[in-house]
Design a binder for this molecule. Structure first.
Ligand SMILES: [Zn+2]
Length: 484
């Protein structure tokens, strides 16, 4: 990645130098001599194969009677040059090299038509590759790698905390929950305007117009929680310098980062840690309190707790979101709890043990109450607290847990609920009880409801699942009002 990210700069500078030199009607040899370098060295620079030192670019600018910034600009000097740069870049990609095909020499003799065709084919190939990279297997592998990264960092990302902290300082946030108005100020600080609209493309959650500096958000719906998070996600992409994701893994990791970023603004590190430390001193840590203090969803509060618990409170934790049938949608742990995994190490789509708190919460008489229980598992005893999240896609359980030796800090530890989980031993809950099995084995033919989101290939495109035409039409529609 690094290699190709640096290369275009040298390439663009080289093309600009050549452009200006040719415009001035000067030859390679004559200019090289005038600035005291060999013709071949200047040729390497013009071809982007050597990164010129600033003193060299400056000497060339003087010799060519052109302002230095003109040579250092990141924009290609002409449409032809832009095509040349795109072809050079495409030919330098490892994926092209691995095909064993020759590199086409990008010279002035290459007809523009041919150049255009080659660039078009390279880019079509790249997007076809991106499609195949988003198969469910790739998606699951990408998920597993991402979880490894989060685990290694104890789910704490200091650089994102810092960015969030600086933004809050910049808008003079007095502390406490951030309001809608504060989110407006954050966007304004970046030169962006938040615009609510009722005609957002169906395949998007928000759309950012990078040209007119507007972030389009859906109209807040009654009963749904606020659009602060959505706006902050969009701002996160800008602040964290995200580029269009080259593959699904990067897409996922950007999603994790913007989620983190939004949570770090909604629940600022310093004061949230103080809040949790006070609760810990009173042996009364509760996710509900965090949720209520910062006016966020239970899931956001639970997730934020996992960011800060290990780093600042010394508590290892686990977190999961599962559907009513026990299927994992999100999970994180650094406390040794063993999630069920597929052969590739992915957790999403696996079913957790029936004895786990996250599943038993669905059996409680009052689904509006948090449910706490101890579970003896093969990797130790854990205490968990779970709540039900009602969504239009059904019921989900959001579960936070800690190992037994850390339960003394948590509210709800006095529960007498207890369960034993022997999974992955199939006799724990994967196999039907023997009496039932004897009676029904061979006599049942269920038709499976497929989890399409887990099994289907990810929709193609740079932004998986997003309909570009729809998005461009949307921006076109709104751009006229934006420029007024
Ligand atoms: Zn089990």
């Amino acid at each position: 990645m690094k290699e190709s990210a640096d290369a275009p700069d040298a390439l663009t500078i080289g093309r600009r130098i050549r452009h200006v030199r040719q415009e001035a009607g000067r030859t390679l040899g004559d200019v090289a001599e005038a600035v005291g370098m060999s013709t071949s060295a200047l040729s390497l620079i013009e071809n982007g194969k050597r990164e010129p030192r600033l003193s060299v670019v400056s000497a060339l600018a003087g010799e060519l009677n052109t302002p230095l910034p003109k040579l250092l600009s990141t924009a290609p000097p002409s449409r032809r040059a832009a095509l040349e740069i795109r072809l050079e870049r495409a030919q330098r990609l490892p994926s092209y090299e691995s095909m064993g095909l020759p590199r086409v020499k990008v010279s002035p003799r290459l007809p523009t038509e041919a150049l255009e065709a080659l660039v078009g084919m390279h880019e079509a190939m790249a997007s076809a590759r991106a499609d195949s990279a988003a198969t469910p297997e790739h998606a699951r592998r990408a998920n597993a790698q991402l979880r490894e990264r989060m685990r290694a960092a104890d789910n704490y990302f200091g650089d994102i905390e810092e960015e969030a902290g600086e933004l809050l300082k910049a808008i003079h946030h007095p502390g406490g929950p951030i309001s809608r108005a504060a989110v407006d100020r954050i966007a304004g600080h970046l030169g962006y305007k938040l615009v609510h609209t009722s005609d957002l493309p169906g395949s998007t959650r928000t759309v950012t117009d990078l040209h007119n500096h507007r972030i389009y958000l859906p109209q807040p719906e009654a009963g749904q929680h606020d659009s602060r998070s959505l706006a902050l996600h969009a701002v996160g992409h800008l602040i964290l310098g995200h580029q269009p994701p080259p593959d699904y893994a990067e897409f996922l990791s950007q999603r994790v980062e913007i989620n983190y970023f939004a949570a770090a603004l909604l629940m600022p590190e310093g004061e949230t840690v103080d809040f949790l430390r006070r609760a810990k001193a009173e042996k009364d840590i509760a996710i509900e309190d965090l949720r209520d203090a910062y006016a966020v969803s239970y899931e956001t509060a639970a997730h934020r707790f996992t960011n800060l618990a290990t780093r600042h409170l010394g508590l290892p934790v686990h977190f999961m979101r599962i559907s009513q049938d026990g299927v994992v949608y999100k999970a994180y742990e650094n406390d040794g709890v063993r999630f069920p995994t597929d052969p590739m190490g992915a957790i999403e789509g696996q079913r957790v043990c029936r004895s786990w708190t996250a599943r038993r919460v669905f059996e409680q008489p009052d689904l509006s109450q948090a449910y706490q229980a101890y579970t003896d598992t093969r990797s130790g005893t854990y205490w968990c607290t779970a709540v039900i999240d009602r969504t239009k896609d059904g019921l989900f359980a959001v579960n936070v847990g800690v190992p037994y030796q850390h339960v003394k800090w948590m509210r709800g530890r006095e529960t007498t609920e207890r369960a034993v989980s022997r999974c992955p031993d199939p006799s724990c809950c994967n196999q039907p009880p023997s009496g039932l099995a004897e009676r029904w084995s061979g006599q049942a033919w269920p038709s499976a409801r497929v989890h399409s989101h887990l099994l289907a290939a990810m929709p193609p495109g740079v932004f998986p699942g997003v309909d570009d035409t729809e998005v461009y039409r949307f921006l076109e529609r709104h751009a006229t009002t934006a420029s007024k």
